[in-house]
Design a protein around this ligand. Sequence first.
Ligand SMILES: Cc1cc2nc3c(=O)[nH]c(=O)nc-3n(C[C@H](O)[C@H](O)[C@H](O)COP(=O)(O)OP(=O)(O)OC[C@H]3O[C@@H](n4cnc5c(N)ncnc54)[C@H](O)[C@@H]3O)c2cc1C
Length: 447
Amino acid sequence: MDTLLTWLVAAAVLGFFFIRYWRVHKKSETLARAAAEKGANFSGGPQAQHPRIDTDHCIGCGGCVKVCPEGDVLALVDGKAAIVNGHKCIGHSLCAEVCPVGAITMVMAKPSAGADAPRISDELETSVQNLFIIGELGGLALIKNAVNQGRDCMDVVAERIERENPALAGQDIMDVVIVGAGPAGISASLRAAEHGLKALTLERENVGGTVSKYPRQKLVMTSPVEFPLHGKFSKTSLSKEDLLAFWEKVMQRTDLNIHTCEGVDAVKKEADGLFSVRTAREQYRSRAVLLALGRAGTPRKLGVKGEDLSHVLYRLIEADHYTNNNILVVGGGDSAVEAAMGLAHQAGNKVTISYRKSEFSRLKDRNIKRIEEHINSHKLEVLFNSMPTEFRVGSLSIEVAGEVRELPNDFVFIFAGGIPPSDFLKAAGIAFGSSEPVEQRELQATT
Ligand SMILES: Cc1cc2nc3c(=O)[nH]c(=O)nc-3n(C[C@H](O)[C@H](O)[C@H](O)COP(=O)(O)OP(=O)(O)OC[C@H]3O[C@@H](n4cnc5c(N)ncnc54)[C@H](O)[C@@H]3O)c2cc1C
């Protein structure tokens, strides 16, 4: 009798946990299915490269779901992988790498998402022959992609030069000019040296591109990268300082021809087929040009009165330079939230985030959790549905849900994105929008 009772209790306990597990599983699957339906037509979906899942071949192992560094981009729905949060995908490609049956390929976003983007071929060539676009300017985020594209594109240039007329470059004609020295431009410059090309790199600021503007000690890579003239860099996580120091060392060793603080104002293809590349100092002539300008461009301004005062800033590098201040951070993306949390940790700061929407909707999972913790523990305050209306020395005005408030203020950090260099590209004759259904075009330069 006792044994029967023990069995009955055990069965009841097991049954309870099974039903609970089943209900939780069912609920998360319903949520995932709803999200997948949204993800399937890409409303708010991926803006650039993203996985395409062949559901006929997917075996539902879930490897892709687990490996995604951005969290919940993918989920299993009805036993198959599906995109559920497409807007969070920034194209790490790890899902495609781990899929044991090759059911995932990386593709560009649908044509409408690329309508504002320059038209680029599989060889990364624009509509102007021998004028190429590499790195984030072409729509692919991540250091790894920029480095790979710089390398692959320079291989195309070297092969053409070898085939057409290797001896053309002379005293005043370069084989190739690379514009921009971020990850894509550095990688292309190193590869050009490897090929023995006569190359010049022009950078309007300093070497390192967007990486040099990350906050101090930010960790930068998520998968191994192969650098020309160095080989495989197998560390998957290193600080921005380490990466910049590494580039500096490799570039010194290689004696690259890089002009820093020399921005390019215009690129034009002349009647003789050569490019003229104009800066404030010089006009260079080249057989090919690689544009590695990034997408950060010029910081987007709010158009608010007092925005050009010196305490209104568009970038934060050293959070610990700011203590005992009243600080407003404007924006609702990862950069804004990370900067605000960094500032909130410094002694005596009172940090407020102003975001024009009613909630954060495009943050990385880890930032969603962290910002909630910061709000709940009163380390910072968030004003949703708000917009600053005037900045002054010592104070500012801000409209919150229709009501104007005055706040004490020492510094403002604005993270409203950048204006991409579309006018520059159009002036160079580059066509925009896709002439083909880009979603069908597989990405060949990212592996
Ligand atoms: C806050 C933040 C955090 C990020 N974190 C990561 C991360 O952890 N891991 C990761 O893999 N990726 C990360 N990324 C993305 C990564 O930084 C970019 O994808 C990468 O830097 C793109 O490299 P790029 O060479 O194409 O462009 P950029 O790095 O933007 O470099 C472009 C260069 O071109 C120069 N330039 C522009 N116009 C001209 C001109 N007219 N003349 C001459 N020079 C010009 C610019 O000064 C700049 O130096 C992050 C991005 C941001 C904004």
